[in-house]
Write a protein that binds this ligand. Structure first.
Ligand code: ZN
Length: 429
């Protein structure tokens, strides 16, 4: 399908070149074919969208979440991470079934699309039904499955390995390349060295990346040093985890040596400010990481600890909390925040041709309403995205050239059914 968006503010996703003025955007099938003042000759649009009251920007990339966990939102709050996880979340997860995961994931996906996310990195159980929900919705995602979490580990290493490989073979690059898979190594506190090494070996064999929670709490780091003499990052280095591309959520309690290891091994850090603040885990050294050239993306984490999956909240917090900590209002400006939430995330998830609103890139983009009260007057469009817009200002969502939402109405998801089924599923946890 060819889509023409006329006279729209263009935010690129590139922090060094963030705003391109008011232009026309021509989308040909799954590619951004043209951005400029004219309309290309021979371009016959099937759809024309008036862009006058919108900002167009790359679809947001939620680089760390557990979509299904929206079913657990508002159920375990104001607790330490250890109490939250071991006394509240893990007992609920004993009740999960494929059906519950599918219905929870659909609700999470619906919330993400409504707030402008077109691509996400997910880690959970029963990832085959997560994949099915993603395919149904039309979104793009990278889905992580590991040896320990595929529920097959108790049947033995080889069995679990075959199970993960089957998942990879079925879903990696599936659905017109919109799906990718990665290997989950949950965390150093749940994976011992042998498990870390086994996951790393599997990732190498499949030419895949690893998705891990790393240095989330001071307790995690202290325990790791007590048990092994190494920080979790150094344990990962020793076990070969950092030999493959790694997407590490949180990375909060890192010392200068850890930062050097992250940089030298091209690890992506995913900043999840809401979850980290809510669980009082701490605040990551994002300005230091950016200064040292580490790729930093942004994620919501699961809604059991956020309690939403709205990337606009995370962008705003990212830019604000570091100003407060450093006492420097110039640190992490709006343009950098937008790049972290788009291009940096896409790169981390292995979608190289994504995350930028530029000619030749994949057509994943959103239109944000500038006519709502909180965006008047507009003044600086990049500032509007980070400081004055909310997820519910997203009007239109396009992924891979397909419209998933228009005028805030879903085109691929039955919203009423999704809500009804999610409510019912949540009572079974
Ligand atoms: Zn997480």
């Amino acid at each position: 399908m060819n889509i023409l968006i006329k006279n729209v503010h263009v935010i690129t996703g590139d922090a060094n070149d963030i705003y391109h003025g008011i232009n026309n955007i021509a989308i040909k099938d799954d590619i951004i074919y043209y951005i400029g003042k004219n309309i290309p000759e021979n371009f016959i649009p099937n759809r024309v969208i008036k862009g006058n009251e919108f900002i167009a920007m790359p679809g947001l990339v939620n680089a760390h979440t557990h979509a299904m966990m929206v079913l657990m939102r508002n159920s375990a709050d104001d607790l330490t991470l250890e109490n939250w996880l071991f006394q509240n979340i893990l007992p609920k997860e004993k009740n999960i079934t494929k059906d519950i995961v599918k219905k929870g994931t659909m609700l999470g996906i619906a919330e993400m699309i409504k707030s402008g996310t077109t691509c996400f990195l997910d880690m959970y159980y029963e990832m085959d039904v997560v994949a099915k929900a993603v395919i149904e919705s039309g979104m793009r995602a990278n889905l992580s499955y590991g040896l320990m979490t595929c529920n097959q580990w108790q049947k033995g290493h080889e069995y679990a390995k075959a199970f993960c490989k089957d998942f990879h073979n079925e879903y990696n690059l599936a659905n017109n390349g919109k799906l990718k898979t990665s290997i989950e190594a949950h965390s150093v506190y749940l994976c011992d060295e042998a498990m870390l090494r086994a996951n790393a070996d599997l990732a190498k064999e499949l030419n895949s990346s690893i998705h891990i929670h790393l240095h989330e709490t001071k307790f995690e780091v202290d325990e790791s040093i007590k048990k092994t003499g190494l920080t979790p990052i150094k344990q990962c280095l020793k076990a070969g985890v950092l030999d493959v591309p790694v997407i590490a959520a949180h990375t909060i309690w890192v010392d200068d040596e850890d930062l050097i290891i992250l940089k030298e091994n091209n690890v992506t850090s995913v900043h999840t400010p809401s979850s980290n603040l809510k669980l009082a885990s701490g605040i990551a050294r994002v300005p230091d990481m950016l200064d040292s050239g580490i790729n930093v993306a942004i994620g919501t984490d699961g809604a059991a600890s956020n309690n939403m999956v709205d990337m606009f909240n995370e962008m705003r917090l990212t830019s604000l909390i570091h100003k407060g900590i450093t006492l420097d209002p110039t640190v992490i400006n709006a343009a950098t925040t937008i790049q972290m939430a788009t291009y940096n995330g896409a790169k981390a998830l292995g979608f190289e041709n994504l995350g930028l609103l530029k000619e030749g890139k994949k057509a994943d983009l959103i239109l944000v309403d500038t006519s709502c009260l909180n965006n008047i007057p507009l003044n600086n469009p990049a500032s509007a995205i980070v400081y004055s817009s909310q997820g519910n200002n997203v009007d239109t969502v396009i992924c891979n050239g397909d419209i998933l939402m228009e005028n805030r109405e879903f085109l691929t998801i039955d919203e009423e059914k999704t809500i009804y089924e999610a409510k019912k599923a949540s009572t079974l946890l």
